[in-house]
Design a protein around this ligand. Structure first.
Ligand code: GMT
Length: 381
């Protein structure tokens, strides 16, 4: 198949999923055309592949435009690529604005007698935080309904979508996935010695440091753990909350125990030395970062928000608590980190659970879904 993938090229989960999906499909023989404003992060990290193409959307600037019209530039590029690369299907990731732009593209191509089916994948904040906002809601609802196929990355996100919007389409749940060739436990003992020279336990959090991630809670949980167990905290990623979080670490006197590592490409090397992954999000459609940790045999301390309970199993692969229940999360962390046998069991369980989301199991689901959408379009529904 010739597939156009539209996504955000940044470190965010939706861009990562879109890129890894495209690369996986390319290895299975499909021709994949990424269309976005910059080369996606995970694409830039990959070697050349003959089936992978990248089409950069360049935004026309003009003094009149206080906000350069990205949607228009993207639509034009999509029309161009569908026509000249003869694409069979467009798969857009993150509803805003991609599902809307895809609808316009479909309409433009129809004027030339060509129908390009559109699959939209909902990732999370496009529904739960941003999409639900009245400034976007009518357009998001309309665009989802106009897609030929709609997928959500968890059952919880599907339920949220149906609760927030009037959706006349079936939504297929296709979970996030993991590439075990990259995410696996590797030996990084030399690195562990640098971070935790006296054998301290290592807690890790990765995110985009937005409010919804509740990184403050990570720090408060860590403070309680540190009071009982010699430990270190690695905070990986960057975002709007970082300055405030650094100040918080100074205020509570834990600067030497908490390290801000910024954005990192080789997350798996950091997960290799982790004893516990902490994700206390207020909202989380799936929690790809938790899955990455589990694939590296790291148990997960999470909230029970959104799709997290579909990934992390309470008392088996980690623990789940109500959002904001820092005391309970710290208690669970201490219990686990003080019990070596339990910790080893959780490590094994985390890996076993992660295997359910193996890329090789999930890719065929997308392929089958594309086929079913194309078939429906052929027979006119
Ligand atoms: O806000 C983020 O976490 C980034 C966001 C994105 O769309 O880039 O991630 C969302 O999509 C990921 C991939 O499907 C999911 O694993 C994340 O759980 C989801 N984030 C939220 O729902 C907050």
């Amino acid at each position: 198949m010739k597939i156009g993938i539209v996504c955000y090229p940044t470190f965010g989960g939706s861009g990562v999923v879109a890129t890894e999906l495209g690369l996986g499909l390319a290895k299975r023989g499909h021709k994949i055309h990424f269309i976005t404003y910059r080369q996606p992060v995970r694409l830039a990290q990959h070697h050349f592949h003959e089936n992978v193409f990248f089409h950069e959307v360049s935004n026309a600037d003009y003094p009149l435009f206080e906000y350069p019209p990205y949607d228009t530039a993207l639509a034009s590029k999509m029309v161009d690529v569908v026509k000249y690369e003869n694409l069979d299907l467009l798969h857009v990731h993150y509803a805003i604005p991609h599902a809307t732009v895809a609808y316009i593209v479909k309409k433009i191509l129809l004027t030339e007698g060509r129908y390009v089916p559109v699959v939209t994948t909902l990732h999370g904040t496009d529904i739960t935080l941003v999409g639900n906002n009245r400034a976007f809601a009518p357009v998001v609802e309309f665009s989802i309904n106009k897609s030929d196929g709609v997928t959500a990355v968890s059952q919880s996100l599907k339920n949220d979508t149906l609760a927030h919007f009037k959706i006349a389409k079936d939504i297929e749940v296709i979970y996030n996935f993991i590439d075990f060739e990259r995410f696996k436990k590797i030996n990084k003992d030399h690195f562990k010695k640098i971070i935790a020279p006296n054998g301290e336990k290592i807690l890790v959090h990765t995110s985009n440091f937005r409010k919804v991630k509740r990184v403050e809670d990570v720090i408060f949980i860590f403070k309680k753990v540190y009071e009982k167990i010699p430990s270190k905290l690695l905070l990986i990623g960057d975002g709007p909350e970082r300055q405030h979080l650094e100040e918080l670490c100074r205020d509570i006197g834990l600067c030497n125990e908490i390290r801000f590592l910024g954005k990192q490409d080789a997350i798996e090397e950091l997960l290799a030395i982790a004893d516990l992954f902490v994700i206390p999000s207020g909202s989380e459609s799936f929690g790809l970062s938790a899955l990455e940790a589990m694939a590296c045999e790291v148990p997960v301390l999470s909230t029970n928000a959104g799709g997290l309970p579909e990934v992390n199993i309470h008392g088996v692969t980690g623990y789940l608590s109500e959002v904001g229940n820092v005391d309970e999360m710290a208690k669970y962390a201490i219990e686990l980190l003080c019990n070596e046998e339990l910790h080893q069991t959780f490590r094994r369980n985390a890996l076993a659970q992660a295997k359910r989301f193996d890329l090789h199991n999930i890719l065929p689901l997308y392929e089958a879904y594309y086929e079913s959408v194309l078939e429906k379009v052929m027979i006119g529904y």
